[in-house]
Write a protein that binds this ligand. Structure first.
Ligand SMILES: Cc1cc2nc3c(=O)[nH]c(=O)nc-3n(C[C@H](O)[C@H](O)[C@H](O)COP(=O)(O)OP(=O)(O)OC[C@H]3O[C@@H](n4cnc5c(N)ncnc54)[C@H](O)[C@@H]3O)c2cc1C
Length: 393
């Protein structure tokens, strides 16, 4: 939609071919329905390693302020929440409507319910776009067909990867990212869901693959929440390759080692005739405590005076470094982005395919993925605006 608007504003006659019955289905679901458009803390490090070298140039061509001005030009007022940019309306649907209004104002034709099947180069600079129902001739094609991530209704079936491979592009292996993980079924998880601030590291042998802090969600079968999603981009490949990846959770992220030792020493002073349950009552979330004790096969009615100091310390240490074996991710449908896709080596700085400069690849189809927090929509708008303008020249 963004690419179409930029191309049409630059004088091109534009047609959008949309497989769905509506435009912007995924966009309308972003940010929990509030649409986190971009982020004031915009740095190339917020994107995958393969993209970082080129992100600086792209973001300096079309950055955060450009996204904000673009939406201002559509009448969408935005606000910052700690640097996270949202529409003031608090409704992603208003963003979609504003884009649709501009599309119709610019006279862009929208063909609904047709699935792009392939693109072929005809004569010099002429391309044929084939759908399941029709074919179109044009002098530039922008492939903006997204990825494999998102609910069924978003129609994210990864068609673009197949189409691009047929055109000779190198497509990097794809994995779901910004996603939660199921834990090994042998792991004892909390019976009721828990949301708690924690520090989480993902380790493979001695290597730490990723480390994040924030509100963690533990459920009966796995872990999710923002810190897990952020870390997932660096962890997913190893999980998919069935490597033994563990999550190590610290429920006391604000305590350094010295503070935690002194906290433990204070706790051990309470080793009297109270029960284990009473001892741990105010130490952490009760569902976490239940989980820790059942994993250690300890009864909560045990008297603290009958538990050795080293065992009591060991119980407390579990809250500092609880290890959970990761089994698999919750999959593409539960993920917010797909990592992998069309290799950046195949596209120029204006997103044109190097072997056929009238074909452009943008958005999530390309091997670029960002952290959670507006970085993926920024990428869609950055690549869309640059390609839209270039395609219209
Ligand atoms: C639940 C959820 C929440 C998210 N929240 C945020 C957020 O708050 N902030 C953020 O930055 N990012 C967020 N993201 C990620 C962001 O939505 C995507 O990165 C972004 O939408 C990608 O844009 P795109 O244009 O490349 O692809 P899409 O938005 O997926 O658009 C692709 C379009 O192509 C159409 N299409 C697909 N195949 C074909 C075909 N063969 N023929 C014709 N049409 C086709 C699809 O129907 C779709 O309309 C979220 C993602 C999800 C799933």
């Amino acid at each position: 939609m963004c690419a179409a608007i930029y191309a049409a504003r630059n004088g091109a006659k534009v047609t959008i071919i949309e497989k769905n019955t509506v435009l912007g289905k995924k966009l309308s679901m972003t940010g929990n329905g509030r649409c986190n458009l971009t982020n004031l803390d915009m740095r190339e490090e917020c994107y995958n390693i393969a993209a970082r070298g080129r992100m600086k140039e792209w973001l300096s061509t079309y950055g955060v302020e450009d996204v904000i001005s673009f939406f201002k030009s559509l009448g969408v007022v935005v606000k910052s929440e700690d640097g996270y940019i949202y529409p003031v309306s608090g409704q992603a649907s208003t963003v979609v409507r504003a884009l649709e209004n501009e599309i119709s104002r610019l006279g862009i034709e929208v063909v609904y319910g047709q699935q792009l099947k392939g693109v072929s180069a005809e004569d010099e600079g002429v391309y044929e776009v084939k759908t399941d129902k029709d074919s179109f001739t044009c002098d530039a094609v922008i492939l903006a067909v997204g990825s494999l991530s998102g609910a069924k209704s978003t129609m994210s079936t990864g068609d673009g990867y197949y189409i691009c491979k047929k055109l000779g592009m190198n497509v990097k292996d794809t994995y779901p990212a910004l996603v939660g993980f199921k834990c090994d079924p042998q792991e004892q998880m909390p019976k009721a869901g828990v949301r708690i601030t924690a520090d989480i590291s993902f380790v493979l042998g001695k290597e730490t693959l990723a480390r994040e802090q924030g509100e963690l969600q533990l459920t009966a079968d796995g872990i999710s929440g923002i810190p897990v999603m952020q870390a997932s981009r660096d962890v997913i490949r190893f999980v998919e390759e069935k490597k033994p990846v563990y999550a190590v959770i610290d429920f006391f992220p604000d305590y350094d080692d010295k503070d935690f030792e002194s906290l433990k020493a204070d706790m051990l002073k309470l080793k009297d005739d109270r029960t284990l349950e009473e001892f741990l009552q105010g130490f952490s979330n009760s569902n976490i405590t239940e989980m820790v004790l059942s994993r250690m096969k300890l009864s909560k009615s045990m008297k603290m005076k009958n538990i050795s100091s080293s065992m009591a310390e060991c119980i407390l240490d579990n809250y500092r470094a609880l290890r959970l074996k990761i089994d698999e991710s919750y999959g593409y449908m539960a993920s917010q982005v797909t990592t992998g896709g069309v290799s950046l080596g195949d596209i120029g700085s204006d997103f044109a395919y190097k072997k056929a400069p009238g074909i452009f690849c943008i958005g999530e189809l390309v091997d670029v993925d960002g952290r959670c927090g507006g970085y993926n929509l920024q990428w869609a708008f950055t690549s869309g605006s640059i390609a839209g303008t270039a395609a219209s020249l």
